[in-house]
Design a protein around this ligand. Structure first.
Ligand code: 6PG
Length: 472
């Protein structure tokens, strides 16, 4: 019997779509799912008539694969991934390769790579982005592990990935857990942009009194601009235009204002704090979700503290694309990417990932959730200067800040006067203002620390470490 090129464990939506993608690209496949009925349903349904077979158990699954085996696991991150690795390992042989395509915590991947590679198996931790549609039609993929292991699946991934004008949206990211680390940061940026777009919508609705259809038109127009053309802006337009089939009203207004999360945004912020990266816009988006989930408390607080008194104010018009709000959205989106890239820069140094920022920007240009035309500029910025400390000081991004800072400032100030929370916009404004201030007030913080705890301080007029007996 001819053996299959590729194996998949886990027939969730992502798994199904990825195996269909692999098969479409000429890789005969075998699938395994913990419950065999699911495998049968897939083989009789979407998998019917394709070069895909099913396996009843893991021994049978492994036996159906050509060597070295290439096995993609699409199972829940955490203990379920460890369980599959433990169950399948006894059947593997030297050189066989396991690929984890879930949203795993990068430190788990670090451990698994070390463990599996020490047993002469290959292990790749691979971020996969693009949702169900991307998985089927071409995702962006972020594989990390040893270069040798990556080479064993390079031809497969290159064909499966989304294609953009300068190549497929997949590249070797780096060693260990770097692939999952980069995917985690991708998600942190995703959280940021989602919250930024939600803040823009809220202001247009509450400060400008616009309808969902009008706001949707603004997003449609923004999506035609170089600065904002992106997948998330595109789907925001769709979300705002969609009606509730039950009564024809705006569906988005019927949705409970509580945003959940599966962990990657939190991991991004935790990693940033551990690495000493400043990520206020991304953190604000995470906190926005946390605050949104405190629905009952917010309802109570509204009755005690009183609702903010929103004043209808001019914040641009449809014809100028709501210019100040667009300024706020553009700069906050730039800040979200800049902060994500800053985490990657520091992680690359700390964990020796040797990340290539230009390549990462390139593979995010297609297939993934944060794909946008702005990534061309990000790619250019790192191409010009691979050591760029922060995107904000690249000439093109700096000129965006100069042009749009007044708009962002106006938006934050009007939102504050109206009592409307704009956590990402206001954090971005503070981020930019802090970053462009060469002398911040932390001299006083240092004085206090030395005053109560003899923590010492440096001086600007002479070198060394100083302590003062502060007089109380
Ligand atoms: C993607 C997405 C996806 C991710 C969720 C984040 O790139 O396709 O990032 O992988 O898991 O969108 O989910 P939460 O918002 O639920 O944390």
């Amino acid at each position: 019997m001819t053996k299959a090129h590729f194996g998949l464990v886990g027939l969730g939506v992502m798994g199904e779509n990825l195996v269909l993608n692999a098969e479409r690209n000429g890789f005969s496949s075998v699938v395994y799912n913990r419950t065999y009925s699911k495998t049968e349903a897939f083989l009789n349904g979407r998998g019917a008539g394709k070069n895909i077979s099913g396996a009843i158990d893991l021994r049978d699954f492994v036996a159906q694969l050509e060597r070295p085996r290439r096995i993609l696991m699409m199972v829940k991150a955490g203990t379920a991934t460890d369980a599959v690795i433990n169950q399948i390992s006894p059947f593997l042989e030297e050189g066989d390769l396991l690929i984890d395509g879930g949203n795993s915590l990068f430190s788990d991947t670090e451990r698994r790579v070390a463990d599996l590679e020490s047993k002469s198996f290959g292990y790749i931790g691979m971020g996969v982005s693009g949702g169900a549609k991307g998985a089927l039609e071409g995702p962006s993929m972020m594989p990390g592990g040893t270069k040798v292991s990556y080479q064993a699946i390079e031809s497969l991934l290159t064909k499966m990935a989304a294609q953009v004008e300068d190549g497929p949206c997949v590249t070797y990211i780096g060693p260990g857990g770097s692939g999952h680390f980069v995917k985690t940061v991708h998600n942190g940026i995703e959280y940021g942009i989602e919250q930024i777009l939600a803040e823009g919508y809220d202001l247009m609705k509450r400060v400008c009194g616009m309808t969902c259809d009008e706001i949707s038109t603004v997003f449609e127009n923004w999506n035609k601009t170089e600065e904002l053309s992106s997948y998330l802006v595109e789907i925001t337009e769709i979300c705002l235009r969609t009606k509730d089939p039950e009564d024809g009203s705006d569906l988005v207004e019927k949705i409970m204002d509580k945003a959940g999360q599966k962990g990657t945004g939190l991991w991004t912020v935790v990693s940033a704090l551990q690495l000493g990266a400043s990520v206020p816009t991304i953190y604000a988006s995470l906190n926005g979700r946390v605050m949104s989930s405190m629905k009952q408390q917010r309802e109570l607080a509204e009755t005690i503290l009183g609702k903010p008194n929103v004043k209808t104010t001019d914040l641009g018009s449809l014809s100028d694309g709501m210019a100040p709000i667009m300024d706020a959205v553009v700069l906050s989106t730039i800040a979200s990417y800049a902060q994500g890239m800053e985490i990657l820069r520091l992680a690359s140094l700390e964990y020796n990932y040797n990340l290539n920022m230009t390549s990462i920007a390139q593979i995010w240009k297609g297939g993934c959730i944060i794909r946008s035309t702005l990534l061309n500029r990000i790619q250019d910025a790192y191409h010009q200067n691979p050591e760029l400390p922060n995107l904000l000081i690249d000439p093109w991004f700096a000129s965006q800040i100069q042009q749009r800072l007044a708009g962002l400032t106006k938006v934050v100030s009007i939102a504050a006067q109206s009592g409307i929370p704009v956590p990402c916009f206001s954090s971005t404004l503070d981020y930019i203002n802090s970053y462009r201030t060469s002398r911040l007030p932390q001299n006083l913080v240092q004085a206090m620390r030395d005053c109560f705890g003899s923590h010492t301080y440096e001086r600007i007029d002479k070198s060394g470490s100083f302590h003062t007996e502060w007089v109380d």
